[in-house]
Design a protein around this ligand. Sequence first.
Ligand code: NDP
Length: 282
Amino acid sequence: MHFLSTLTGCFAQPVDENPTVAMMEAAYAHHGIDARYLNCEVAPAGLAAAVAGARAMGWVGFNLSIPHKIAVIGHLDRLAPSAEVIGAVNCVARDGDALVGHNFDGQGFLTSVREVVDPAGARVAVLGAGGAARAIAVELGLAGAASIDIVSRRPEPGRALAEVISARTRAAGRWVPWQGRWTAPGGLDLLVNATQVGLFPDVDAIPAIDLDSLRAPTVVADVIPNPPTSALVAAARSRGLVTLDGLGMLVNQGALAVQLWTGVDPDRDVMRARLAAIFAAG
Ligand code: NDP
């Protein structure tokens, strides 16, 4: 008989409304994995103790959300290559006695993208220059995108991200100031909304872009997981464009974590259905 479960979870503040726990435990239950996933409310002043506690209790890993994705780096033993370039960690996994930081936000996105378009050689535009934009743009660059335009209102984060893309990946990074309505250039392969415009409860909001400038073969992707069909995704679909929703990115980053922590490649449909049901219930 065995009574010691594998321990995993999420450190964030606030964490009460983070539904990832339901998606992860649905995967554990579906595959008969004896593991728990705990949402833990951790203030910035408590992060060091929380990581030390996870280490002492033998957790196999944990996720980080706002505000710990950058601060946690100082408490880890090493970083995976793309997490080092991104400069942020959303998943930690134990490797022997070492805690290793990964960033699966961008890799989860990349998994979704590969289902509809080859990132190698792609011309890409990313709206926003925050944490999600950074993870996505770096992974697209490392996957061989030809060019990545960072479209953002504030110059500093936009320029800094464009420089990282050019310096650390093979893609040509460029900052494009976002003033008024942005117009998509011809020949764009992939447009990514990496801002929070359209996130529940502001569900009718669409980023300030000229929707008529979006034409095939441009694939339109949104990071917004709730609602799964954002107003931007709906508008792109009505124009006949191929779209990707943020729920797929969220599911895929969770699936990568489950795989790393437990060795089981989980059924993504089970995870997606659990989250979709939660968002549908409001
Ligand atoms: P950040 O705060 O780090 O960055 C937000 C970015 O959006 C900034 O560049 C900001 O620009 C820009 N922005 C915000 N409002 C507007 C606006 N009205 N017009 C133009 N630009 C705007 O947030 P994150 O990157 O952490 O998160 C962004 C979104 O990504 C969230 O909605 C989050 O839910 C989602 N996300 C989804 C994940 C998934 O798995 N699906 C994973 C991680 C995040 P400025 O600096 O000018 O304000």
